[in-house]
Write a protein that binds this ligand. Structure first.
Ligand SMILES: Nc1nc2c(ncn2[C@@H]2O[C@H](COP(=O)(O)OP(=O)(O)O)[C@@H](O)[C@H]2O)c(=O)[nH]1
Ligand SMILES: [Mg+2]
Length: 244
């Protein structure tokens, strides 16, 4: 019937508009929720070996990389359902790290920081943490962080507790000396960093951070010879399972 045509077209248009809106909302929700976990740390801390352990389980010799490694990883929630996330092994070189990390920041679900507990470079790790914690999205979304003190299979490894104390002291020192410079520079990013000193004593403490920060020890290599060593990374895998 010719009189029905405008009505039918109107209904069809309405259906198209509503389904486009539903689809757009769905996509935006997915994007803002984020599905990426980045492995960050200085070069040689064990990021690539941990990445391989998580993704394929095996041990392999690694090489310094200029490009990120990315793979799917299944997490099992408390209720027993599984969901897929992307694991990204970000190269340790500072310039590459910052560029690569920025590419994933909008989709970030959590961050694993790897530390070489034998050759622990407290100042460089402290700078990495300050940069991460003063990143607006990491701060605003309270992105959870796990600091994994790696290479615990080696006798000379510092304990996670020692590393925590050293990092808190180092971060306090860096931020305090920056706050002196601040009055002359007054840059907004510098000002943000100073906000990391949250307690009355004006010292940095992981516990005061709005990001949920866990510090633990692990060994991506494990003990024994290369053909049979099994990693000790249970704290990292359980933490990954807590991400929703
Ligand atoms: N003993 C020991 N060596 C490790 C461990 N994790 C990584 N390594 C070694 O440390 C070196 C650097 O590891 P890699 O994963 O390439 O570090 P990345 O630069 O952070 O990606 C390699 O020789 C690894 O085999 C660990 O838990 N224990
Ligand atoms: Mg690597």
């Amino acid at each position: 019937m010719p009189t029905m045509e405008p009505l039918a077209i109107g209904i069809a248009l309405l259906v198209i508009i509503i389904s486009s809106l539903v689809f757009a909302c769905f996509c935006l929700r997915g994007r803002s929720k984020g599905r990426v976990v980045c492995l960050l740390g200085l070069s040689n801390s064990g990021k690539t070996l941990l990445f391989m352990r998580l993704v394929s389980g095996g041990f392999a010799r690694t090489q310094t990389s200029m490009k990120e490694n990315k793979a799917n990883y299944s997490i099992t929630t408390k209720k027993g359902s599984t969901t897929e996330i992307d694991l990204v092994d970000v190269p340790g070189d500072e310039r590459i790290r910052q560029r690569v990390f920025q590419q994933y920041i909008e989709a970030l679900l959590g961050v694993v920081i790897l530390i070489d507990s034998v050759n622990f470079q407290s100042r460089d790790v402290a700078h990495l943490l300050i940069d991460l914690l003063s990143e607006p999205r990491v701060n605003r979304k309270r992105i959870p962080i796990i600091i994994a003190c790696n290479k615990q299979d080696l006798a000379l490894a510092s304990s996670a507790e020692d590393i925590r104390t050293k990092l808190e002291n180092e971060i306090t020192q860096i931020l305090t000396s920056q706050s002196v410079k601040l009055s002359s520079l007054d840059q907004s990013k510098e000002r943000k960093k100073v906000e990391l000193l949250r307690n009355d004593e004006q010292t940095f403490s992981f516990e005061d951070s709005p990001n949920n920060i866990t510090i633990t020890s692990c060994s991506a290599r494990g003990t024994g010879d290369e053909s049979s060593c099994t990693p000790e990374i249970e704290d990292v895998t359980s933490w990954l399972n807590t991400l929703q």
